[in-house]
Design a protein around this ligand. Structure first.
Ligand SMILES: C[S@@+](CC[C@H](N)C(=O)[O-])C[C@H]1O[C@@H](n2cnc3c(N)ncnc32)[C@H](O)[C@@H]1O
Length: 534
């Protein structure tokens, strides 16, 4: 099913629906040449020698050099992600605004960009077979074009002729006529089989004898193998079946719906439910409303900071810290790692309702400013301070200074892969080592900052055991060496008081909570609750 022999027919069909329809009436004459290509996708042999390799039958002025704006913006974001380590969710929205791409076209560009990034591993395996060439030997911009084309063909309902001709048009505009022909040939080869057939082919390539199921899942469900192994290990450690790994990976491959938080005392879920067609109450958190589409920035309460965009898992862990039982004073709360302020806003608005106040700390100044912005609607009496500083020193600087402490630790984010499309390809096992040291130091500092009787929440948006249970065990040990007495709190029990219907929390006697996208519909947030006794 490789591109060889797939170059004979031109992409002459009319465009399909939506953005795919932009090809209507435009001939992609570059498809019609059958010349062979070199390793970079440039022509060689007879076609080039005869000087007809990059020519079309139409006059030069009519030959298509422009490209569909939605596909062009997706390509530019992919290049920025690849070339300058940019984050797609930071690059795409301003580019859409700058280029005036709105409505359905913006939706198409978003799905194309994020879907292509998420499923990159799967598409690279398809492309290798279709091109009969390793992706490492394809120019990165050309490879990005092929990925975009593959996602249109196999992951979106774009008619094949539109997917191919529009992507080839984009290739011609951005990478030149020679590579456009290569793109044409490879995408035609991709289009000859449907998704299930391709999944079988790429799975068999890495798992020919059927005894490497994780390798198969890695390529078919587009996750690095080390991530697949780590997620499977975490499932098992939390009392779930190893067989769930496929469902978990598939949940990661689907864009999550936008979830809003109604910050207590500032907004109600009823107000948010009235804000958009198809809005519905969240499945678990009493503060959550799920949108069916539309732009959350258009919601008045979000613009005013009385509500925000926040995954239900993040809402649940913040609410759990606020709900954990406490004897004695309950007036001073700390968010040790607050930027950009999602949990700080929920904590501060909850604190306001009980006369408590929050100190929000963040090490990066620009993220501390985001925290201030996120807290703008919270009554000023409920925010003692937003400060910029290293959370590792707060335990020493302010020992026993707080009744409740949130440690939402910097982590690999392996639990939020569905909303950070490129991050699975950026992270490496080496990240765990550096983060692990920081996580332990932050949690130890938090335990010292809590007063005897106070509660600490240790949270990560990663289920990796090296970032969750191992950190908690080591930090408690370190705190004990420093003379503190710490006990675990039944986090699952606290969570059930907030979300009585919640199922799927481990019943293995462990007190921590691990949420899962395929079970709870949330990010894979981890929560441990600890109480400092002395
Ligand atoms: C997972 S994010 C926190 C998300 C935040 N709680 C929210 O809900 O919006 C972790 C944050 O910790 C910050 N951070 C990293 N090292 C830190 C340190 N030593 N002290 C304080 N904050 C730190 C990072 O800059 C990042 O903003």
């Amino acid at each position: 099913m490789s591109a060889d022999g797939g170059q004979g027919k031109g992409g002459q069909g009319k465009g399909g629906q939506g953005t795919g329809g932009r090809s209507e009436g435009r001939r992609d004459s570059g498809h019609q040449d059958s010349g062979r290509r070199d390793a970079r996708g440039r022509e060689r042999g007879a076609a080039r020698a005869e000087g007809r390799g990059q020519r079309s039958s139409s006059a030069p002025a009519q030959r298509r050099r422009d490209s569909d704006p939605a596909r062009a913006v997706a390509f530019d974001v992919l290049r920025a992600v690849d070339g300058s380590d940019a984050y797609a969710n930071l690059v795409l929205p301003p580019l859409l605004r700058e280029r005036g791409i709105r409505g359905r076209d913006a939706g198409f560009a978003t799905e194309l960009t994020y879907g292509t990034l998420r499923l990159r591993g799967r598409y690279d395996a398809v492309i290798e077979q279709a091109a009969a060439r390793e992706t490492a030997k394809i120019d990165p911009p050309v490879l990005d074009l092929l990925r975009l084309g593959a996602h249109q063909l196999l992951g979106m309902r774009v008619p094949p002729h539109a997917a191919v001709s529009e992507t080839v048009g984009l290739a011609r505009a951005r990478t030149g006529a020679g590579s456009a022909q290569f793109v044409n040939a490879v995408l035609r080869a991709v289009s000859r089989a449907d998704l299930p057939t391709w999944l079988g082919l790429i799975g068999d390539a890495v798992d020919p004898s059927g005894d490497e199921p994780l390798a198969r899942l890695s390529v078919v469900e587009s996750h690095p193998l080390w991530v697949v192994r780590a997620l499977r290990e975490a499932l098992v450690a939390h009392g779930r079946s190893a067989d769930e790994i496929g469902d978990l990976l598939r949940a990661d491959d689907v864009a999550p719906r936008v979830t809003l938080v109604a910050r207590p005392g500032l907004c109600t879920t009823d107000e948010l439910l009235g804000s958009g067609e198809g809005a519905s109450v969240g499945l678990l958190a009493p503060t959550a409303v799920v949108l069916d589409g539309g732009d959350p920035a258009g919601v008045t309460a979000v613009r005013e900071g009385r509500a925000g965009v926040q995954d239900e898992g993040s809402q649940l862990v913040a609410l759990a810290l606020a709900a954990a039982p406490l004897d004695g004073l309950d007036e001073r709360w700390l968010d040790l790692c607050a930027g950009p302020g999602g949990k700080a806003s929920l904590l501060a608005s909850s604190a306001a309702g009980r006369g408590a106040r929050l100190v929000a700390n963040e090490v990066q100044p620009h993220r501390a400013r985001l925290v201030e912005q996120a807290l703008r609607a919270v009554p000023s009496g409920a925010v003692e301070e937003v400060r910029t500083g290293d959370g590792r020193t707060i335990g020493e600087d302010e020992p026993a200074g707080y009744d409740r402490v949130m440690v939402d630790a910097p982590c690999t984010g392996l639990g939020a892969l569905r909303r950070r499309p490129e991050s699975r390809w950026r992270r490496t096992p080496a990240d765990l080592a550096g983060l692990g040291v920081l996580q332990r130091e932050l949690l130890t500092s938090a335990l010292r900052a809590a007063r005897p009787g106070g509660v600490v929440a240790y949270v990560t948006c990663s289920p990796h055991l090296a970032e969750t249970r191992l950190v908690v065990t080591d930090a408690v040990r370190a705190a004990t060496k420093q003379g503190l007495v710490v006990e675990t709190v039944d986090a699952a029990g606290v969570l059930r008081t907030i979300a009585p219907g919640i199922e799927g929390l481990a019943g293995d006697g462990r007190h921590d909570v691990q949420l899962w996208p395929h079970v709870h519909g949330t990010d894979a947030m981890h929560l441990s609750l600890l109480r400092r006794l002395a």
